[in-house]
Design a protein. Structure first.
Length: 136
């Protein structure tokens, strides 16, 4: 099980399992996270639950909703009407070293000055292969 929450502690969450962990280079994730790349973990929506607090939300695309703390502003997670998963910001985990991203997505949008020096798989768009079917 993983757990985490916002900076001020008003919102807490937990999830029973992790399906995947990614680096996202899309412009939406960059803008919302305030970083050149977003690190997120993916969990089945049936595994995810809010333990305390009530996150606020806004639609960041026609199918994506971002959830955050209205008090401290911490971006916590994203839901998507097109898939049954929740993408949680790794930086909000209680144990940051517990999850390591396994793939880069949206590398077509990667910033020119941001160098990727790892050997993880890369996809140019948001279509991720199943973790069990990836080539190293």
């Amino acid at each position: 099980m993983i757990s985490g929450g916002c900076y001020c502690g008003r919102i807490r969450y937990e999830a029973d399992s992790v399906f995947d962990a990614i680096y996202c280079h899309c412009s939406i994730c960059r803008r919302i996270s305030g970083a050149p790349v977003y690190a997120g973990l993916v969990t089945p929506s049936t595994s995810f639950r809010i333990r305390s607090g009530s996150p606020a939300s806004f639609a960041s695309s026609e199918h994506g909703t971002r959830w955050f703390c209205a008090i401290c502003g911490t971006q916590l997670y994203c839901t998507d009407t097109h898939n049954p998963y929740v993408s949680i910001a790794i930086g909000t985990l209680d144990e940051l070293s517990a999850i390591t991203p396994k793939i880069h997505q949206w590398t077509a949008s990667q910033l020119a000055w941001f160098e990727i020096s790892d050997e993880l798989p890369r996809v140019h768009d948001g279509t991720l292969p199943h973790p069990a079917k990836r080539q190293p």
